[in-house]
Design a protein around this ligand. Sequence first.
Ligand code: PRP
Length: 181
Amino acid sequence: MHNDVEKVLISTEELKRRIAELGKQISTEYAGKEILMIGVLRGAVLFMADLARAIELHVSMDFMAVSSYGAGTTSSGVVRILKDLDESIEGRHVLVVEDIIDSGLTLNYLLDNLRSRKPASIKLCTLLNKPERRKVEVNIDYNGFDVPDYFVVGYGLDYAERYRNLPYIGILKPEVYQGDE
Ligand code: PRP
């Protein structure tokens, strides 16, 4: 275990098992269709790479990057698109892939934005969900794990851009971020 991690919340094995289950469920429910996975940079990259390999259908991938509403911007839920999709999603079966849904503000905005582009369908898949922190309702179609309101890192999730490469979800030691909050 990494020195800055207090506890492993979700092990590599648990991640593997749950992602295999999600892949099976998605493969069954989308049978006969082609999926366009849209990853929200940067946290979703690791999850998306493993989830895609657990889906036994044709899958395309595209990515978006959005600015955080935090850090002195707004809490209205309006987020800025830093990198838009490369392709049109009109008529496509879109599966938005996230690492974590927290307040719900980012995804609430993003899903509305994507819906206006007339996809054939749009669903949301998140690895982690923090229901305690929700500010706006978000309908999650596929959820890996509900997690308590701890500072979690690893498997795509960062603190100051570090720890994304940990192969598990861990709880960060408070002394690592103390004074920064
Ligand atoms: C995280 C996560 C979501 C958003 C969720 O991204 O990937 O996009 O925050 O929070 P919300 O439900 O409160 O809107 P972050 O801004 O940390 O960027 P990153 O993926 O590049 O780490």
